[in-house]
Design a protein around this ligand. Structure first.
Ligand code: SF4
Length: 131
């Protein structure tokens, strides 16, 4: 996640740096470092931030499932944890999803795919690369 995106998302959540540090379980200094680009935003922080943005949506229950948006065939979705855990609106949050035919071996690889999909970008205004 690029530092400018991190900053923009904090603004969107309408949180001070201190409030966001509490929500993300990290220090105020870390938040300042992420926003200044002095420190890379770790995967677990990015993940939590995207989760909060998603849950802040008024109509979170109306977010369409990934299998509808992506036209995912039944034989694929039945093998996917997003389907198993009924988390079609949070598929990007769950490791082990199989949009590319197999699970990705890291959060960064997974996010490269998820950032390009309509599922995440439908409700969080992410950039394609996250860089
Ligand atoms: S996350 Fe799983 S269920 Fe959703 S579109 Fe991708 S493969 Fe299908």
């Amino acid at each position: 996640m690029h530092y400018s995106e991190f900053h923009a998302f904090r603004q969107k959540l309408q949180k001070t740096q201190k409030q966001l540090s509490e929500l993300l379980g990290t220090s105020l200094k870390a938040i300042q470092s992420f926003e200044q680009g002095w420190r890379k935003v770790p995967g677990h922080i990015e993940r939590q931030l995207l989760f909060l943005l998603t849950m802040k949506k008024k109509d979170v229950k109306k977010i369409r499932s990934c299998w509808e948006i992506q036209n995912c065939p039944p034989q694929t979705r039945q093998l996917c944890p997003a389907w198993e855990f009924k988390a079609g609106h949070l598929c990007w949050f769950i490791n082990g999803t199989i949009c590319q035919g197999k699970p990705q071996n890291s959060w960064n690889h997974k996010m490269k795919i998820c950032r390009k999909s309509d599922v995440l970008s439908n409700h969080v205004n992410v950039t394609g690369s996250g860089r």
